[in-house]
Write a protein that binds this ligand. Sequence first.
Ligand SMILES: [Zn+2]
Length: 145
Amino acid sequence: MQEQDGKGTGADRQCQGLTKAGARCLFPALLDGSGHCFVHSPTTAAQRRAASRKGGLRTAQKRSALVGQIDFESPEGIRSFLEGLTVAAITEAIPSGRARDVAAIAEVALRVRAGAEAEARLDAIETALQRLVEKRSAQDGGSAQ
Ligand SMILES: [Zn+2]
C-alpha cells in the first residue's frame, strides 16, 4: 500500500503547484489524482474560475467545491483532510475557531468509522463463534437427540 509507484503516497503527496511567490506549494495533494491541493487542483480550479466570474456566489461555490473533495470513507481520505486542515490552520488561511469546528467534525467522522469497523469485527466474531458452537454440538452427539 505504501510502496506503489505513482501518485498518492508519502512525500509525493505534496501539491505540485506553485505559490504566487513561485515556491512549491506546501499543501497535501488531493486524492483526486491531480497531484494538486484543493487550491491548485484543476478539478476545483474550474469551479473557482466559474465562481469568481459570478462574484456573489463565489464563496458558496468555493465551499461546495471543497465539500466535493472530502472523503471520510477511507482512513487516507480522513488523513488527507486533516493534513489540509492543519496547513490551513497553521498558515491562518482559515480562522482558528473554524479550524476547531472542522476538526471536531472530522473527529466525529473518525469515531463513526471506528464504530463501523468495530461492528464489522463483532459480526465476524459472532459468526465464527456460532459456527464453533454448531460444530461442537454436532461432535458431542448432537445428532443423538
Ligand atoms: Zn497547492
